[in-house]
Design a protein around this ligand. Structure first.
Ligand SMILES: Cc1c2[nH]c(c1CCC(=O)O)Cc1[nH]c(c(CCC(=O)O)c1C)Cc1[nH]c(c(CCC(=O)O)c1C)Cc1[nH]c(c(C)c1CCC(=O)O)C2
Length: 369
């Protein structure tokens, strides 16, 4: 039999061998606390830099074989309990007709960002998600096969506010003042754009599940620049809509896929996020584990939240920090992760020490029970 990778179908997937991550998403018992890292496929790995060398970032995102290889790389080194598909949140603005380039040393850049509400007319409002983002679905299907059931595969998307902010700022920004100007000056146009994005995101996530994604994470990376009132109006309703619509649709076909919401620096919204139809709330390092547990009252599983910079510490110190974190969160309904993505200058050995510490210390705590 000759198998052609690009002909692999989203069915007959290999049997899952390690379900600790999926069990933890649902608050069920696990033999150890599962762990993965945001940006685990990244430049801190020499093999990643070599695979990416000289190639355009978004061209890489469009190659299912490249995405599959980059997704698998960290798993060859470390016993992570989940894989996250290599892609980017900005493939959605691209599918809506915007040009996005990855500029070395600067990050993602939109040569023609949205400036005024009239610019919304330039966007493709009815995106054929299955056609425009087909390459992501192919990458997911291929990767799910190539994972051979080692660990579950996580799909993801940017949340509406975070994508809107990129589309208006045209790149990274510390204040997000251009995007926030829209919220205060053009609230109706803002809602129009957020609604447009929500509809596309729902279809995109459903497509990822159909392609083989076993969990979904929604990145609201720019929650931190909103205050509680703006979050209530411009972020939370859309985050809720996404989870409800995805879940309703999946239920119709008898499927159930855990969803994670990660609102970076959105500590003011923690109670609300824990009542937003997501099984898991991701946390950054500005929240104390015990208070996060108290504030979410056992309604959700929690994921996070070690400061990525703590990985610069010597290994013994990493172990101590992990120990405290595990004791704060407890071993049930908990997925260890960083509070944001791994930095490109991280020593892979320290990432390994982090994973090892989570597994070893959580097994120790679970054996005491
Ligand atoms: C805001 C955001 C983006 N992309 C993403 C977010 C949300 C998460 C967050 O808050 O960080 C999401 C993302 N981007 C990438 C992943 C892959 C999966 C994983 O976590 O391993 C994920 C989940 C790959 C990537 N996306 C990017 C890289 C690094 C660039 C490269 O490989 O050349 C990777 C591995 C590029 C990217 N893409 C984006 C930024 C800000 C950058 C960094 C630019 C830089 O550091 O030069 C937009």
């Amino acid at each position: 039999l000759i198998f052609c990778d690009h002909l692999l179908l989203p069915k007959d997937f290999p049997k899952l061998k390690n379900d600790a991550f999926l069990l933890a998403c649902r608050g069920q018992e696990t033999p150890h606390v599962p762990v993965w890292c945001m940006r685990q496929a990244g430049r801190y790995l020499p093999e990643f830099r070599e695979s990416r060398a000289g190639k355009d970032f978004f061209a890489t995102c469009r190659s299912p074989a490249a995405c599959c290889e980059l997704t698998l790389q960290p798993l060859r080194r470390f016993p992570f309990d989940a894989a996250i598909i290599f892609s980017d949140i900005l493939v959605i603005p691209q599918a809506m007709g915007m040009d996005v380039q990855m500029v070395a040393g600067k990050g993602p850049t939109f040569p023609e960002p949205l400036k005024e509400p009239e610019d919304l007319l330039l966007l493709q409002s009815k995106v054929d998600v299955n056609k425009e983002l087909d390459y992501v679905f192919k990458a997911i299907t291929l990767t799910r096969h190539k994972l051979e059931g080692k660990v579950p595969l996580i799909g993801f998307t940017g949340a509406p506010w975070t994508l809107m902010a990129y589309m208006i700022e045209g790149g990274g920004s510390t204040t997000q003042s251009k995007a926030k100007r829209w919220l205060y000056r053009h609230p109706e146009a803002s809602h129009q754009l957020l609604k447009m994005l929500t509809d596309i995101i729902v279809e995109y996530l459903l497509g990822q599940v159909a392609a083989g994604a076993q969990a979904l994470q929604v990145f609201e990376s720019h929650a931190g620049c909103l205050g509680p009132a703006e979050f209530q109006e411009f972020s939370l309703p859309y985050l809720r809509d996404i989870a409800r619509k995805v879940k309703d649709q999946l239920k119709e076909s008898g499927q159930d896929v855990p969803m994670i919401v990660f609102a970076k620096d959105g500590h003011y919204g923690l109670e609300d996020l824990s009542q937003s139809h997501y099984e898991v709330v991701g946390l950054d390092w500005t929240i104390d584990p015990r208070s996060a547990r108290e504030r979410t009252g056992g309604k959700v599983s929690l994921q996070g939240n070690m400061d990525p910079c703590a990985l610069y510490a010597p290994k013994e110190r990493i172990y101590e920090i992990v120990k405290k974190m595990l004791e704060g969160f407890g071993t049930r309904g908990y997925i260890a992760n960083l509070g944001h993505g791994l930095y490109p200058d991280m020593d892979p050995e320290n990432v390994g020490a982090f994973v090892e510490a989570v597994h070893a210390h959580s097994r120790h705590l679970l054996n005491l029970k």
